[in-house]
Ligand binder design. Sequence first.
Ligand SMILES: Cc1cc2nc3c(=O)[nH]c(=O)nc-3n(C[C@H](O)[C@H](O)[C@H](O)COP(=O)(O)OP(=O)(O)OC[C@H]3O[C@@H](n4cnc5c(N)ncnc54)[C@H](O)[C@@H]3O)c2cc1C
Ligand code: SF4
Length: 335
Amino acid sequence: MNRFDYVRAGTVAEAVQAYGAGARFIAGGTNLIDLMKYEVEKPDRLIDITRLPLDGIEEQGGGLRLGALATNAKVAYDDRVAAHYPLLRNAILAGASAQLRNAASTGGNLLQRTRCYYFYDAGTPCNKREPGSGCPAIGGVNRIHAIFGASDACIATHPSDMCVALAALEAVVRVSGPGGDRAIPFSEFHRLPGDNPEKDTNLAPGEIVVSVDLPESRFPQTYTYLKLRDRLSYAFALVSVAAGLELDGDTIKTARLALGGVAHKPWRNREAEALLEGKPATVESFREAADLIVAEAKPQSENVFKIELARRAIVRGLEQAAAGTPQSLSDKRIQ
Ligand SMILES: Cc1cc2nc3c(=O)[nH]c(=O)nc-3n(C[C@H](O)[C@H](O)[C@H](O)COP(=O)(O)OP(=O)(O)OC[C@H]3O[C@@H](n4cnc5c(N)ncnc54)[C@H](O)[C@@H]3O)c2cc1C
Ligand code: SF4
């Protein structure tokens, strides 16, 4: 690890002011410290934000405001989240381990980096780690990589589970930075790699995530988070589906659907959501939406299997959501 300064901020303004080129904010440290040990991240200043008063969960405007420092465990076990946003709770509990969820923060979860093997290996080229050096995952080991929205520069995926639910719930990210405060719709927070895969998000330098706001709950019963992975626990998604349906009898009034493990950001297809709206909540409608979504998939050399996996996961996720079937992993509380 290289040498770095350490600064502990007492207010958001202090944290923003302490920021400069080469600085990193640190919250739970569950991703950043690993990256520093691998010499993928070499900050010359760490700004500790853990003392900022941003760990609350408050009701506001009919929805909930999740402070950026509220831990993943605190959010998942909040009674209001459990009652009104069980989709989010299930997605969080499908991720990492109890110990990690106790330390990992809401803001840090949004900003965790990809799990591409080459990105973590400082001995290989990687456009995301070192712009312009190349992307060995293209034509290399790419079983876990993207099938949607990739570029010639990078085919990495975003690894978060929580973010997939936040995309389907249409959350809003509130940030504060040198240019003031602003709110970013969740769909615009993360970006596709394009020619600048080193940038995961549309945050400006020095901007800090202050909260994630959930709009009024719409899917407290008819939702699902389905995560498919190589082993049942402690593994990242190969494909995941966050689905929320508002039903009027058997007819779909509103459909929200986001996929994880398949793109550089939680993947939504508005056309497929619109196609479902007004249709009966049947397996035929769900297959039509799934076919539409996977039609634009572009697999890599080792992950053609993800297309069929995604198609089936979408159909099953929507079936489970329509039937109000709770996810098998929804209750993992350790007393
Ligand atoms: C073994 C292992 C398994 C895991 N499995 C899963 C999984 O299955 N699913 C899943 O979703 N996640 C998984 N994770 C990832 C874990 O959820 C993240 O590491 C965690 O959410 C990051 O939060 P943190 O507070 O520790 O962030 P940190 O490590 O402190 O920071 C991560 C990044 O976010 C930035 N940052 C943090 N807070 C802010 C803020 N408020 N504003 C601006 N920037 C900020 C930091 O500068 C840094 O770049 C796993 C992690 C590990 C180590
Ligand atoms: S896929 Fe992206 S992160 Fe992985 S090696 Fe290529 S450029 Fe790096």
